[in-house]
Design a protein around this ligand. Structure first.
Ligand code: SF4
Length: 87
């Protein structure tokens, strides 16, 4: 499925952790699968995401996953609060 236009500028679209969820009314949402198993991580990060320390490029092999070069050093894992630059 192609990314909705409002998600194309987001880093999430290039990340293997994303899934597009379509509501019954046809609205599309980006789900971060990390948020399903990790309660400290947002399931629906505010879009667009410009940097993410848990980013894994879709093409990257699992054992060689790379962090985004755009990520910051801040650690948001201890808080459910998110911002636009780091989920
Ligand atoms: S929030 Fe981070 S880990 Fe989750 S889909 Fe977006 S870039 Fe990937």
């Amino acid at each position: 499925m192609n990314l909705p236009l409002h998600l194309e500028a987001s880093l999430c679209g290039e990340c293997k952790q994303h899934r597009i969820i379509v509501s019954g009314k046809g609205s599309q949402f980006l789900l971060c699968q990390l948020g399903v198993s990790d309660p400290t991580w947002p399931k629906y990060p505010p879009q667009p995401v410009g940097a993410c320390r848990r980013f894994q490029r879709v093409d990257a092999p699992k054992d060689r996953a790379v962090d985004s070069t755009r990520s910051s050093a801040a650690d948001s894992s201890s808080s459910a609060t998110v911002n636009r630059d780091e989920p």
